[in-house]
Design a protein around this ligand. Structure first.
Ligand code: GLC
Ligand code: CA
Length: 538
């Protein structure tokens, strides 16, 4: 079946499923309590079993780890904590041998303050690298050059006593912003891409791409009428989503054009989210390949809300471009926790899986969601995320970053040592080992959905149209040449039905494993939080 799809022009990042690995938390191979690249390699079996097409590894480059790798001190190496270039090459080769693509995380907006470029830049106002970052004189009263705020709290400007100027940092003070208006910076950052693309990397997730261009005059942001303090209390006309970012993206795209089948997916995490702006980062098919669609992250668990978000995003995708869907990542509470429910929590997570894997567009899965992992409860004295102290412990992103639950027992099969974050409660029951032998488990549901998607051209790349249904039900049809699928998902707490087109059912699955599939589609009845994916005769 995979061969047939390939012949029909299957493009891995478009038709496949991408799985995010937070490397600190996936698998520790040497007992220091921190996940690493050899650990990921040891667990490739799991990824093959699951059937994903590609993995995205959050930053694994040398870093002081102030923001756990999103503060890079060398873009062209691997942090010793995670391994070295040789262990990376081994991982890449073994992943490729299993037909799993590997994408890395490129952080272009800022470096670590320990990056050689910044160490040089801060030496003196005359340093040749001075202009690689954004340095400015204080105002006459000594205050920062403008009113910009750091997303991680406080002014976006840090005073440097030695050289008597401020530097700009959109996140932590240890993450100075690069000056993308300097052509040498742009060239050096393109070289980073070449370095990894030549090594065989299949693409990049691009961190906060909407931030790289700012107002050249560094004008103040107007205040937002919401009256909130800090970053959210401003309208970010001058420090995010500046129109010049699109030209910079087109140049980045030209780097990728030299390497066939490599891809980019960009994070456009606007302070005031707007799917239209997100979609604009696809350009005319000449900017990003995919722009993370975070619209599911913020909404409630209602069919109406999902319907609206789906309609909106699909409607915004420019001709020739491709949508994508995200329910969880390393910056948000896990969806199984966000939408947990005393009786229906598990069933909701199963319906969510069917939704992600049967919509038109590339699904991004977050490690652990395939076993229904919930957020951990992290005591304050074990919190690691800097947001816990720069803003508030409630904003800590540690709960969604707890170690992968491979097995029961002390280290959850993740580590023989003391894990860097506590293992989430309930891992003795909820883990890969137990679920692997249970055909009714969440893990098998994800695996079956991925296999069904891969075997069904209509699900991988077909058209999308809504079908009439009860209010709490989402129902749609997908169609590709010679292939047809129907989906009906009940998000509600009562039985409901959908009126699917009449056809003979040839395959598919029920989110309640073991429930029989109807012989024909037509009106289908669904129990609360249950869903059907039907492959029907064309
Ligand atoms: C992105 C990352 C987040 C990081 C931030 C700063 O939003 O997803 O984890 O803290 O960028 O690099
Ligand atoms: Ca380790």
């Amino acid at each position: 079946m995979a061969a047939t799809a390939a012949m029909a022009g299957r493009l891995w990042w478009k038709h496949g499923v991408i799985y995010q690995i937070y490397p600190r938390s996936f698998m520790d191979s040497n007992g220091d309590g921190i996940g690493d690249l050899d650990g990921i390699r040891q667990r490739l079996d799991h990824l093959s079993f699951l059937g994903v097409d590609g993995i995205w590894i959050s930053p694994c480059f040398p870093s002081p780890m102030k923001d756990f790798g999103y503060d890079v001190s060398d873009y062209c190496d691997i942090d010793p904590m995670f391994g070295d270039l040789a262990s990376f090459d081994r991982l890449l080769a073994e992943a490729h041998a299993r037909d799993i693509k590997v994408i890395l995380d490129w952080v272009p907006n800022h470096t670590s303050d320990q990056h050689a470029w910044f160490l040089e830049s801060r030496r003196s106002v005359k340093d040749p690298k001075r202009d690689w970052y954004v340095w400015r004189d204080p105002k006459l009263d000594g205050s920062p050059p403008n009113n910009w705020q750091a997303i991680f709290g406080g002014s976006a400007w840090e005073w440097d006593t030695e050289t008597g100027q401020y530097y700009l940092h959109s996140f932590l003070t240890e993450q100075p912003d690069l000056n993308w208006r300097n052509p040498d910076v742009e060239a050096a950052m393109h070289d980073v891409l070449h370095f990894w693309l030549k090594r065989g990397v299949d693409g990049f997730r691009i961190d906060v791409i909407h931030k790289i261009a700012k107002d050249p005059e560094l004008r103040d942001n107007p205040l937002h009428e919401n009256g909130l303090p800090g970053y959210l209390g401003q309208i970010h006309v001058n420090d995010e989503d500046h129109p010049d970012v699109h030209g910079m993206l087109r140049s980045i795209r030209r780097v990728f054009d030299r390497y066939p089948e490599r891809m980019t997916v960009g994070e456009v995490a606007l302070s005031h989210p707007d799917p239209a702006v997100t979609a604009s980062y696809l350009g005319k098919g000449d900017e990003l390949d995919l722009a993370f669609n975070f619209s599911f992250m913020l909404g409630p668990w209602t069919a109406a809300d999902y319907r609206r978000e789906i309609d909106q995003f699909l409607g915004l995708i420019p001709a020739g471009c491709w949508p994508d869907w995200v329910l969880s990542n390393h910056d948000f509470a896990r969806h199984a926790s966000r939408h947990d429910h005393p009786e229906l929590g598990e069933k909701r997570a199963r319906v969510a899986a069917a939704l992600m894997l049967t919509l038109r567009g590339t699904p991004f899965l977050y490690y652990g969601e395939e076993i229904g992992m919930r957020d951990g409860v992290i005591p304050e004295d074990r919190m690691q995320d800097p947001l816990a102290w720069t803003i508030h412990p409630k904003l800590s992103r540690d709960p969604e970053r707890t170690p992968m639950q491979w097995a029961g027992g002390a280290g959850a099969g993740f580590s023989d040592g003391e894990p860097w974050l506590p293992i989430a409660d309930g891992h003795d029951q909820r883990n890969v080992e137990t679920q692997r032998w249970d055909p009714g488990s969440m893990l098998h549901l994800y695996r079956d959905l991925i296999a069904l998607r891969r075997a069904t051209p209509a699900l991988e790349g077909g058209s999308f149209d809504w079908v009439d249904s009860d209010t709490d039900v989402l129902a749609w049809k997908r169609r590709a040449p010679g292939s047809r699928a129907l989906v009906a998902l009940n998000l509600g707490e009562a039985p409901a039905s959908a009126r699917l087109p009449e056809a003979r059912v040839t395959g598919g699955l029920h989110t309640a494993h073991g429930s029989p599939l109807p012989a024909r589609s037509g009106t289908v009845e669904l129990q609360p939080c249950e869903g059907l994916v039907l492959v029907v005769e064309d």
